[in-house]
Design a protein around this ligand. Structure first.
Ligand SMILES: Nc1ncnc2c1ncn2[C@@H]1O[C@H](COP(=O)(O)OP(=O)(O)OP(=O)(O)O)[C@@H](O)[C@H]1O
Ligand SMILES: [Mg+2]
Length: 447
């Protein structure tokens, strides 16, 4: 039995298939717009591989098995029936396994993040020849890394290289930073590729579908799905608007004579120690170090304090982990414990799950009001933008308290710890205190 891949394709699908069968690219992202032929490309590629390489094993994944079965798998079976290949496969719905006549197989996988399996150990036991992840923006960076690490089954036998095909619509998460940005800035590593494809590239789609996309009322959704605009994030839970974040680097703000220092101390190997010196709400200087010893961090803080004449009482240091030791060495500074209770600012209306959430909401207000200015090198600037975009409200109505998503979820989205955002957030501890003063002041003023 043969599957002839020489059917009519869009130009973009043709380009993608040429990269998918070369011996250079191991990670290919296709799409960036709705209805651009993403799912069809992935299914055709898997079928072609299964026909070509007997006894190989391929992964077809999506965040949930439900969405995989309701959409991507339908496209798969449409192709199977269009090419009259029903006799060539067997589908076991319970095990999510599609077996081909030549013993090649496609395993359907649920790739969602489950707190009970944070390291995706459930994927760890199976080796695959290659993988197709549809709508990869719905999975975490870590999951993508784990899938990549499982691609080695029968590669040598067929002289293949590991291939991971991912498709998605624009999303402001790891996909943006791993693919779209390097593509736009021409810094993509040679083994990775992004092929932008929009509905306008798909001549096979109904004009009514395009019309419906044009009629979308929400600008962000229309920009993303119709025009493939990656700069719009329509997540309603985000705390910082993209334009407000960009303004951070050019805002004109009120001058101040008071100086502050905020510092996050590296905990694990990949985290960084970050120090920020502030004049009022302006970041004057940012220093970044790899994992550093306690007394070295204390020295760095003292050097920065001396430079800007910052009193110890205006210094805040993350007290969790190694930072706790630094706080002990610098008697008189403020230790920041993100998980501790909120500070009472006198407001009866606002309740926060913890201090970290309270300070992030305060930072969000100050950023919206254009009261903060950050002076930073372009590379650090990009990291700050990336991190602040990931800070989101948990949106948990049952808890009745305002809360920020846990750090681990942010790490999964961007592949690292949000060190710079956290250091900006900690600075807001001093602004909460001011609220108490203002409240007292207005209280006495009324008497
Ligand atoms: N090469 C092709 N030949 C014929 N029809 C095609 C081709 N590519 C895509 N189509 C058709 O275009 C439509 C959209 O394709 P597909 O579902 O693969 O797009 P998508 O980008 O995955 O869409 P969505 O954003 O909705 O997930 C489908 O009806 C599909 O059958
Ligand atoms: Mg699709």
């Amino acid at each position: 039995m043969i599957f002839n891949i020489n059917f009519l394709k869009t130009k973009k699908q043709k380009l993608a298939l040429s990269l998918l069968f070369d011996l250079v690219h191991t990670e290919i992202l296709f799409g960036g717009g709705a209805g651009s032929g993403k799912s069809l490309l992935g299914c055709v590629w898997l079928i072609a591989n299964c026909f070509k390489y007997p006894k190989t094993r391929w992964l077809m994944g999506r965040a949930t098995l439900k969405s995989l079965k309701e959409s991507t798998l339908n496209t798969f079976f449409d192709i199977i029936s269009k090419f009259e290949l029903k006799e060539a496969i067997k589908y076991n719905q319970n095990s999510g396994l599609i077996t081909f006549f030549n013993e090649a197989e496609i395993l359907l996988k649920d790739l969602a993040y489950y707190p009970s399996d944070p390291n995706y150990d459930s994927l760890g036991s199976t080796e695959f020849t290659g993988a197709f992840i549809d709508e990869c923006n719905e999975i975490t960076y870590k999951c993508k890394e784990v899938v990549s690490s499982r691609l080695r089954y029968k590669l040598n036998e067929y002289n293949l290289i590991p291939k991971l095909l991912m498709t998605c619509n624009p999303a402001k998460n790891w996909v943006y930073h791993e693919f779209y940005k390097p593509y736009k800035e021409n810094t993509m590593p040679h083994y990775k590729a992004f092929i932008p494809a929009l509905v306008s590239d798909n001549k096979f789609i109904s004009p009514h579908y395009i019309e419906n996309l044009r009629k979308l009322k929400d600008t962000a959704t229309r920009e993303r799905l119709l025009n493939g605009n990656w700069e719009y994030d329509d997540d309603p839970n985000k705390l910082f608007e993209y334009d407000d974040i960009l303004d951070l680097f050019s805002n004109y703000i009120e001058s101040s004579n008071e100086y502050f220092l905020s510092c996050d101390v590296a905990r694990k190997g990949e985290d960084k120690t970050v120090l920020m010196a502030w004049r009022g709400l302006e970041v004057l200087e940012i220093q970044t170090y790899p994992k550093t010893k306690m007394n070295e961090v204390a020295d760095l803080i003292n050097t920065m304090r001396m430079k800007y004449k910052i009193p110890l009482s205006n210094v805040v240091i993350d007290e969790d982990g190694v930072g706790g030791g630094v706080v002990d060495l610098l008697d008189g500074c403020k230790g920041f414990i993100g998980g501790s209770s909120q500070i009472n600012t006198g407001s009866k209306l606002l309740n926060y799950r913890n201090l970290r959430s309270q300070c992030y909401f305060k930072l969000s207000d100050l950023v919206k009001e254009k009261k903060i200015r950050i002076n930073a090198d372009p590379s650090v600037r990009d990291l700050i933008i990336q991190e602040l975009e990931q800070i989101k409200d948990c949106g948990d109505a049952s808890d009745r308290r305002l809360a920020i998503i846990p750090k681990d979820i942010i790490k999964d989205a961007i592949g690292r710890s949000p060190d710079y955002a956290d250091v900006c957030m900690m600075r807001c501890l001093f602004e909460l205190k001011q609220e108490i003063d203002i409240d007292f002041y207005s209280y006495f003023a009324k008497l």
